[in-house]
Design a binder for this molecule. Structure first.
Ligand code: C2E
Ligand code: MG
Ligand code: MG
Ligand code: MG
Length: 291
């Protein structure tokens, strides 16, 4: 049996490989091959802007298409790719693919933004800012339509260097969001020092809304904190109408979660955009086929 901690990274591969042969190099070359072969794909999960009741953007979420046609979720391979460094190439592919898709939607008349998850290793490479600038140039996406999702832990390690990098990204015009906010190690001091545009409230808090008074109070406090620091508040993992109502009443800016829409391949995700345009209205914009 694989150890619990490493389970996510290896279990997909173990069926085809001898346990003894499981070493990082082999697993890593599978990832590189998958990238070469075009086995990675992005799914897009909508974000609803509370005030307008319309889809204002998508988060790009990475999946790997396995040989049997099934989809492998990112938790199974991102950790490994981080350890070997292959996340840097994978991340470059993700960024270009996501920005290119978002620009296609924009050219079709939809004023949407795209959020891309950036891993610590990817962010730390020397030329990350140039990479981002290059992707914007190649895709034609305006910088302010791109939001990079970073985690708190990334900022803690080398705060001085990180501040400089974030400032350079801000100078390009891209937005910065802190993902899974509330679960990391952040000292609140970082929030004031870093040029952060948005906080994504971790779904563990949202899941307990209404059931556990501490989570409920915490969300209210996070929203208040973000508002005072002039940040946008995005709630992740919104699954029930009760959660949605609470978050809307608390003046959360954007909602994301299965209630709004699941991550879907580009063509399917786009349906919620056409719906929004044709209805141009207060009707919930998102296809509910999977809800
Ligand atoms: P994340 O960025 O916090 O993404 C949110 C995760 O929650 C996604 O899982 C999404 O499918 C899931 N989710 C969204 N709404 C709901 C909901 O209402 N209920 C529940 N239970 N789950 C919901 P996913 O796609 O498996 O991604 C997991 C993590 O993998 C992401 O967490 C992110 O940290 C990482 N990841 C995904 N794509 C990339 C990528 O392109 N690059 C990097 N570096 N990391 C990625
Ligand atoms: Mg994210
Ligand atoms: Mg998150
Ligand atoms: Mg998360």
């Amino acid at each position: 049996r694989a150890k619990q901690g490493g389970r996510n990274q290896v279990c997909f591969f173990t069926r085809e490989m001898n346990r003894e042969a499981l070493d990082l190099l082999q697993l890593d070359s599978s990832l590189r091959n998958a990238l070469q072969a075009g086995d990675f794909e992005l799914h897009y999960q909508p974000k609803l802007q509370c005030g307008r009741g319309a889809v204002c953007g998508f988060e790009a979420l990475l999946r790997m298409r396995a040989a049997d046609g099934s989809l492998v979720p990112p938790d199974r391979f991102i950790g490994l790719a981080e350890r070997t460094g292959t996340i840097v190439s994978i991340g470059q592919w993700v960024m270009l693919e996501a920005c290119t898709q978002a620009q296609r939607w924009r050219e079709a008349g939809h004023d949407i933004s795209i959020a891309v998850n950036v891993s610590a290793r990817q962010f730390r490479v020397g030329n990350f800012v140039d990479e981002v600038a290059g992707v914007l140039a190649r895709s034609g996406l305006p910088a302010d339509a791109l939001e990079l999702e970073l985690t708190e832990s990334l900022l803690v390690e080398d705060p001085e260097a990180m501040v400089e990098k974030l400032k350079a990204l801000k100078a390009l015009g891209v937005h910065i969001a802190l993902d899974d906010f509330g679960t990391g190690y952040s000292s609140l001091g970082y929030l004031a020092r870093f040029p952060i545009d948005a906080l994504k409230i971790d779904r563990s808090f949202v899941a307990h809304l209404g059931r556990d008074t501490h989570s409920t109070q915490l969300i209210s406090a996070i929203i208040d904190l973000g508002r005072r620091l002039r940040m946008r508040l995005v709630a992740e993992g919104v699954e029930t109408p009760t959660q949605r109502e609470f978050l809307e009443r608390a003046h959360c800016d954007e909602l994301q979660g299965f209630l709004i829409g699941r991550p879907l391949p580009a063509e399917e995700a786009a349906r919620c955009l056409s719906a929004a345009v044709s209805a141009d209205a207060d009707t919930p914009a998102v296809a509910s086929s999977e809800a």
